[in-house]
Ligand binder design. Structure first.
Ligand code: ZN
Length: 380
């Protein structure tokens, strides 16, 4: 999520894009949109903190959480955007990457006789574009994971080496772990933004009339059935669901293409403080985020959604490559030294299974001996 152009860290990325285009002078006061990815301009690395709260290892080892170096590649680490921040660098103006522009209001909530300037179908199409975009990223992660294992099914050392940080978006970045995390991080970014940029989990300001600057909130829980990224169907969109129209400048009362529409500025809950260990929130800074528990609900939704997507990715790896290979790939993604740690883990599991077989075998032999010694009439 970010505030300003459609996402939690979009400001810096958008600024970088504009600078690259040599056109920043045309857009003074450029904001960004989505949970934040940087630590300035009102953003406080919300995407990083949400991702850490969702899937980083609390301490020590675990089968499914991300260890220190690995979570930094996925979530970012202070100065590094990380995979989850990548869309703010290279896709900051693509609405599908941040679930923007899927705005709609029912007639009863529009205060003008002309009605809302967009139809439900137009908004639904835009949201499906976001879901399809994130499905592409998710599938890309599953495909890229193939490179984590060599021809023998062992973890390929060069593909998981984190001696140097991953370089998201770089053509020269060839490590399978980095490529997999980048694609997955991009999917996570949009899924997290959805909870900040839409009214799925929030509530309207009860002190103001309904309208484009104060659309009704749906107050729905996470995870959302809309974000089954393994699926291929076309999910039904609730009638009252809206995200925000994004344009520069991003203002609550929309200008240019966003005139008379629900805007990103009015609806987003991009910025505030997120505890990266617990996910607890404080100090929301956007207008919609300051209404009731809206910021906390957006962040909690994004955390729950992130965990669901990681569960789904592990399932997809097993389904695609088989249970053993899929589990090994998940281990390679989460562990900082998977060549050693994931092999040891397999060896440990084998030892446990072998011990179990020995115990069961011993028990069967003992029972056979006992039964054999009893008189025939007592045998059962
Ligand atoms: Zn975003």
């Amino acid at each position: 999520m970010a505030g300003g152009s459609g996402g939690w860290r979009r400001g810096a990325g958008l600024l970088a894009s504009l600078l690259l285009a040599g056109s920043v002078a045309l857009f003074p006061g450029t904001g960004a949109s989505g949970f934040g990815t940087i630590a300035t301009g009102g953003q406080n690395r919300e995407h990083e903190r949400i991702t850490r709260a969702a899937v980083a290892c609390p301490e020590g080892d675990d089968d499914t959480c991300f260890q220190a170096r690995s979570i930094s590649q996925l979530a970012g680490d202070g100065k590094q955007f990380g995979a989850v921040g990548s869309p703010d660098l290279t896709e900051s103006l693509n609405p599908a990457a941040h679930c923007d522009d899927a705005d709609f209001l029912n007639d009863g909530d529009v205060q003008t006789a002309a009605g809302y300037p967009r139809t439900r179908d137009q908004a639904t199409t835009r949201l499906h574009e976001c879901i399809d975009h994130l499905r592409d990223r998710f599938r890309e992660a599953v495909t890229d994971a193939d490179g984590l294992l060599d021809a023998n099914g062992d973890i390929a050392g060069a593909e998981v080496d984190l001696g140097n940080d991953c370089v998201p978006g770089a053509a020269a970045e060839r490590r399978a772990k980095c490529a997999t995390l980048e694609a997955f991080g991009r999917a996570l970014h949009g899924a997290q933004d959805f909870y900040s940029h839409s009214n799925w989990a929030d509530a309207a300001d009860p002190s103001r009339p309904a309208g484009p600057e104060n659309p009704p909130g749906l107050n729905l829980p996470a995870p959302s059935a809309l974000f089954d990224l393994r699926g291929t169907g076309t999910p039904a969109i609730p009638d009252g669901l809206t995200t925000g129209c994004f344009v520069v400048p991003d203002q609550p009362a929309g200008v240019a293409k966003c005139r008379n529409r629900v805007t990103h500025a009015a609806l987003n809950k991009d910025t505030g403080l997120v505890d990266p260990a617990t996910g607890a929130t404080s100090d929301p800074t956007t207008p919609r985020g300051q209404v009731g528990d809206n910021f906390a609900k957006a962040v909690t939704g994004a955390i729950v959604e992130t965990r669901r997507q990681w569960d789904d990715l592990r399932d997809a790896l097993r389904t695609t490559y088989g249970r053993n290979a899929g589990d090994k790939m998940a281990c390679a993604l989460t562990h900082d030294d998977p060549v050693n740690d994931c092999r040891r883990r397999n060896a440990t599991m084998l030892a446990v299974v072998a011990a179990g077989i020995l115990l069961l075998g011993g028990a069967a032999v003992a029972r056979w001996l006992i039964v054999r010694r009893r008189p025939r009439a007592d045998r059962t």
